[in-house]
Design a protein around this ligand. Structure first.
Ligand SMILES: *[C@@H]1O[C@H](CO)[C@@H](O)[C@H](O)[C@H]1NC(C)=O
Ligand SMILES: *[C@@H]1O[C@H](CO)[C@@H](O)[C@H](O)[C@H]1NC(C)=O
Ligand SMILES: *[C@@H]1O[C@H](CO)[C@@H](O)[C@H](O)[C@H]1NC(C)=O
Ligand SMILES: *[C@@H]1O[C@H](CO)[C@@H](O)[C@H](O)[C@H]1NC(C)=O
Ligand SMILES: *[C@@H]1O[C@H](CO)[C@@H](O)[C@H](O)[C@H]1NC(C)=O
Ligand SMILES: *[C@@H]1O[C@H](CO)[C@@H](O)[C@H](O)[C@H]1NC(C)=O
Ligand SMILES: *[C@@H]1O[C@H](CO)[C@@H](O)[C@H](O)[C@H]1NC(C)=O
Ligand SMILES: *[C@@H]1O[C@H](CO)[C@@H](O)[C@H](O)[C@H]1NC(C)=O
Ligand SMILES: *[C@@H]1O[C@H](CO)[C@@H](O)[C@H](O)[C@H]1NC(C)=O
Ligand SMILES: *[C@@H]1O[C@H](CO)[C@@H](O)[C@H](O)[C@H]1NC(C)=O
Ligand SMILES: *[C@@H]1O[C@H](CO)[C@@H](O)[C@H](O)[C@H]1NC(C)=O
Ligand SMILES: [Cu+2]
Length: 559
């Protein structure tokens, strides 16, 4: 076993020496193309950017402007989201289809034009329509401004690790089949690291990512969870890692033998190649502590010391058990913003608007479904219905009848959210038009996301567009508005754009609504987003034109 030859992907020191000190304009061409890609011994046509899987990495420096021309040569509608980029006043470049833009249709082009302001670190981009992000994704590496160093020891080398999920069948067909049955689409066939499942799967010669390291050097690993539905543990055999950044925000460094990363999140770690020269597996496998079926297969890649033969058998790391809730809670509790004078954590201390949203699964009637019912999901018992036109345009041009702003600040009916499983009366409310929540410009918002036992408890990674937020508190069971706020961390809570609400628990986040526009908020498990576990905030314009939504670009795609 494990005697194959692999092509080593050499890492090079990322040299940005040629980048000028002043802000630069960086241009990328993204051609959406269907290409045959070989995985698990199958040749499969998949949707790609420029024929690459994963797609190209965007390298940019803080302060730069990006112009990305997305041209669609595929038969599917497309839109791309720059996950974690704040897009100040510029939702036009955010990407979620029918929220901030209509899709780029076959044969059309749209140039995403945005500035990377006040952010540095690892983020990523992905398709934001249907399940196309299964194969349409890539890394965004934002280097600190010229002359600015990391707040941690300078690594010698760096490399990206994009964790993903692979289906042998056409993913859009898989989704359609699930919707027809009103059930979850079938789980994935493999997990991947940089697009490759590794030697625990068939045809490893072609499908193993390997990286060569030098004894004594320090490596920055930029880890991205691009999986559709699985939170993942990641570990490297024989090596601890030091977490230094999450979602492009520096953290107080801490050492760990495994990382927990939810879909949508990024984690930067430092790894010192200080072990006996050899070959070590890097591995990723899901975390799932609810009674939900999941693809539990382990993706592996190889960390290979220089001078070691390809025939040496690598050792596997010890990953936490699939259902290790204790590891997850303990890991998340270690995450803290760096909160230094240069990188302060400006946590809102006074809250203008208190929101409390319940997360629920449910069952709705579905005359066209095989069983007459379909699984659904809701926030405050509301299943979000996608509009036919983009919400941001409707807001900007004041088009009537597209959406309402009566999304409730709390659930219609309080109950024992995380008590015994509720299996009766699981219907949710579905209106013809999306219901959004209007937020006053520059007000401070506290949102408590409460998981429920409607059908089943489950962990849900929630992503907010247009903002980072502070994760001020989290707990198991029902949020207690009397006693829990006193335990909030308002000093150095983790700041991020995606947070895992624990299974049968709650998470409290805070942010200042200083970015006007229409901003999507949704579960980053594609299966739940598809079922309606989403909503959007309409953040009003500020007092003057400089604090209002920018005019739309001329090439914004029409519906
Ligand atoms: C892609 O692979 C399929 C088999 O899955 C094959 O029928 C088709 O001809 C291939 N297309 C190209 C362009 O190679
Ligand atoms: C975007 O790319 C397409 C295809 O190459 C090209 O036809 C179009 O002119 C480009 N748009 C811009 C604004 O450069
Ligand atoms: C990006 O920055 C440039 C230079 O400051 C400015 O002219 C342009 O309007 C900005 N674009 C957006 C979308 O904010
Ligand atoms: C990793 O950290 C653990 C806990 O601190 C420690 O026991 C172990 O020796 C470390 N392993 C390595 C390879 O440094
Ligand atoms: C993974 O799931 C399969 C199918 O549900 C099951 O048979 C197997 O025991 C599971 N393996 C682990 C390690 O949990
Ligand atoms: C995790 O699953 C194993 C079986 O795979 C079970 O024995 C164990 O009790 C579970 N642990 C928890 C904390 O649920
Ligand atoms: C059909 O619906 C029933 C009742 O909701 C449910 O128990 C069953 O699992 C469903 N089966 C299929 C195949 O959808
Ligand atoms: C909620 O349900 C849990 C579990 O069944 C139970 O322990 C708890 O007492 C219930 N809380 C209330 C307020 O009824
Ligand atoms: C959700 O709304 C539906 C339809 O109005 C209702 O039947 C159901 O009881 C509500 N569920 C909850 C948990 O509020
Ligand atoms: C938003 O509010 C903060 C705190 O009151 C204030 O410092 C800031 O100037 C306000 N920003 C705008 C654009 O009004
Ligand atoms: C593509 O988007 C347009 C505009 O929203 C829509 O009319 C059309 O039905 C979509 N096509 C597909 C295949 O979904
Ligand atoms: Cu979810």
């Amino acid at each position: 076993m494990f005697h194959w030859t692999i092509r080593l992907f050499l890492v090079c020191l990322v040299g940005y020496v040629s980048t000028p000190a002043t802000a630069a304009v960086k241009k990328y061409q993204f051609d959406i193309q269907v290409k045959n890609i070989s995985r698990l011994c199958h040749e499969k046509p998949i949707v790609t950017v420029n024929g690459m899987f994963p797609g190209p990495t965007i390298y940019v420096r803080e302060g730069d402007r990006l112009l990305i021309n997305v041209t669609n040569f595929a038969q599917y509608n497309m839109s791309i989201h720059w996950h974690g980029l704040k897009q100040y006043r510029n939702g036009w470049a955010d990407g979620p289809a029918y929220v901030t833009q209509c899709p780029v249709q076959t044969g059309q082009s749209y140039t995403y034009d945005f500035n990377v302001t006040g952010q540095r670190g690892t983020l990523w981009w992905h398709a934001h329509i249907s399940w196309l992000r299964a194969t349409v994704y890539g890394a965004i590496v934002i280097m600190p401004k010229q002359g600015t160093s990391y707040p941690f020891p300078q690594p010698d080398f760096e490399f990206n690790l994009l964790l993903g999920e692979w289906w042998n069948d056409d993913v859009e067909t898989v989704v359609k089949q699930g919707n027809k049955l009103g059930l979850p689409p079938k789980t994935s066939d493999a997990h991947t690291i940089n697009g490759k499942p590794g030697p625990l799967f068939p045809c490893p010669e072609k499908h193993t990512y390997a990286v060569e390291v030098e004894q004594g050097k320090t490596y920055l690993l930029r880890i991205i969870n691009a999986a559709l539905n699985d939170e993942l543990f990641f570990a490297v055999a024989g090596h601890n890692m030091t977490v230094v950044e999450i979602d492009a925000i520096y953290t107080k460094p801490f050492s760990t033998n495994a990382v927990l990363i939810a879909p949508g999140q990024t984690t930067n770690v430092l790894l010192r190649a200080n072990q006996a020269p050899g070959r070590y597996f890097m591995a990723a496998r899901p975390f799932m502590d609810a009674p939900i079926s999941v693809d539990n297969k382990t993706a592996t890649a190889i960390l290979q010391y220089k001078g070691i033969q390809n025939t040496v058998i690598p050792s596997l790391p010890q990953l936490p058990a699939l259902n290790d809730s204790a590891f997850a809670l303990n890991y998340n509790a270690k995450l803290r913003s760096l909160n230094s004078p240069i990188f302060p954590a400006n946590v809102p201390l006074k809250v203008d608007r208190h929101l409390f949203y319940t997360i629920g699964l449910g069952v709705n009637p579905c005359p066209t479904c095989q069983n007459g019912t379909q699984l659904t999901a809701s926030l405050n018992n509301i299943t979000f219905v996608m509009p036919q036109t983009a919400l941001l345009q409707a807001h900007y041009f004041n088009l009537k009848g597209v959406f309402t702003t009566d999304f409730p600040d709390r659930p219609p009916m309080p109950f024992n959210y995380t008590g015994a499983p509720l299996t009766a009366n699981l219907q949710t409310t579905q209106s013809n038009r999306p219901r959004l929540s209007k937020i006053a410009f520059n007000s401070t918002v506290e949102l408590v996301l409460q998981d429920t036992n409607l059908l089943s408890v489950e962990s849900h990674p929630f992503h907010l567009h247009g903002y980072n937020f502070f994760v001020v508190g989290s707990g198991i069971g029902n949020f207690d508005p009397k006693n829990d706020p006193a335990k909030f961390n308002l000093v150095d809570p983790p700041e991020r754009n995606t947070v895992g609400v624990p299974t049968g628990g709650w998470t409290a986040i805070r942010f200042r609504a200083d970015n006007p526009g229409v901003w999507f908020m949704h579960c980053h498990l594609e299966v739940h987003t598809g079922w309606g576990l989403k909503t959007a905030f309409v953040v009003e314009d500020g007092p003057d034109a400089d604090h209002s939504v920018l005019p739309p670009p001329k090439d914004l795609p029409p519906c």
